[in-house]
Design a protein around this ligand. Sequence first.
Ligand code: C2E
Ligand code: SIN
Ligand code: SIN
Ligand code: SIN
Ligand code: FE
Ligand code: FE
Length: 415
Amino acid sequence: MTEKIFDRKQKLTRLIQFGVEVSQIADLDLLLEKVLTEARRMLNADAGSIYIRDGENLKFSYSQNDTMQEKLGKDKKLIYTTFSVPIDNNSIAGFVANNGKTVNIPDAYKISKALPFHFDSSFDQKVGYKTTSMLTIPMKNNRGEIIGVLQLINAHDQHNKVVPFKDDDEPIVQHFALYAANAIERAQMTRMTIMRMISMAELRDPKETGPHVNRVAAYAVEIYEAYAKKKGIAQDKIDSHRDALRLAAMLHDVGKVAISDLILKKPGRFNDEEYELMKLHTIHGAFLFNDARSEFDEYSAEVALNHHERWDGNGYPGHVDINTAKPLKGFAEKNGKARGKKGEEIPLFGRIVALADVYDALSCRRVYKEAWDEEKVINLIKEECGKHFDPEIVDVFFDIIDVIHSISQRYPDDH
Ligand code: C2E
Ligand code: SIN
Ligand code: SIN
Ligand code: SIN
Ligand code: FE
Ligand code: FE
């Protein structure tokens, strides 16, 4: 860590800036990342985690670790597994959520036996890290409800030596946690509202839809980020598209709203006629966002319309007018259908969601098909590289396959 230790005035300035910045972020994942990065920077902490409350449990939701990140290499994402701890006095995080109190531990391996909680060293052992100092703070919203816990690990001094967290840092981090809690709560509401909209509009198996929608969106965002980095696009530019892409990817199939349940829920395979009707979900979806007012509308229309195009030009709906579903002038083929979009005629986010959607559809059970094994799915993606999928996007997908797996673990199907 090369950054110098912030003095108090700088900390306050950062805090105010942080308040302004986070009030503009709607996306939960991006927000967790910002919150933790900023909290760690303020206290010069090597690592940290965020736990989000989920009923009577705390769900380990986000983590950073500079030491492990350095070992891994700058461009790779740190993979962490999610787990839950009960909100009770046995774990540190559980205790903090249970009592609403900050706990400042100088050495996790020397916690007094008189205290109710203990440190779980299995994480350290698994990854080869040494946790020493730990500052664990409850995140309370404006109503005083605990929405999660922020845990900072291994404060560093100017010489990068691990030191305890200072007591007089606690108030500033608590204030910080308040901002963070409110922003996180807002982002959670946004995501919940979207999920409700999707399941209401659908009136069909929400168990299939919820996790699928979250996974496809998370895959798409990660693929985009890795792709954009490879192309040398600046991080702040990437971040500015992430919110809108996630939302658009969540809504890729909203057009299914207009498709009859008889077709949508058919337990077996489609006949040709049924399939032709189903294909219209792309155009219906795009039509919903037709009068684009924001970046969100624009990307949502783009993804809905283009997520079933194929790189080789054999996808659907092709070059159509979304108001009439008819081929655009000059794009009608002999059979009356529109010519498929091909290669980079297909907008980037359409190409990305195409891969994310098929990977997920194949990996999971659907009313009309069983789940495939991972190996079979991977083989199909390799086989379709340059046919169904943009080869550059397939490359990126395999670069980040560990991240992809951690996402499918994070959003399991709930049946
Ligand atoms: P979805 O279930 O989200 O599937 C998305 C895409 O994943 C499919 O787009 C297809 O490209 C790929 N995919 C899914 N299952 C298979 C499979 O068994 N083999 C292969 N090679 N690819 C597969 P597609 O085909 O355009 O379908 C769009 C949507 O239409 C599907 O979304 C699903 O909701 C529905 N659908 C497609 N075929 C059938 C069917 O035979 N029966 C029923 N009930 N629904 C179907
Ligand atoms: C730091 O902890 O000093 C750096 C925080 C970051 O940007 O990752
Ligand atoms: C806890 O806060 O007790 C759980 C996480 C950890 O031990 O690192
Ligand atoms: C949706 O209709 O928005 C998602 C459902 C699906 O992709 O199966
Ligand atoms: Fe679709
Ligand atoms: Fe889908």
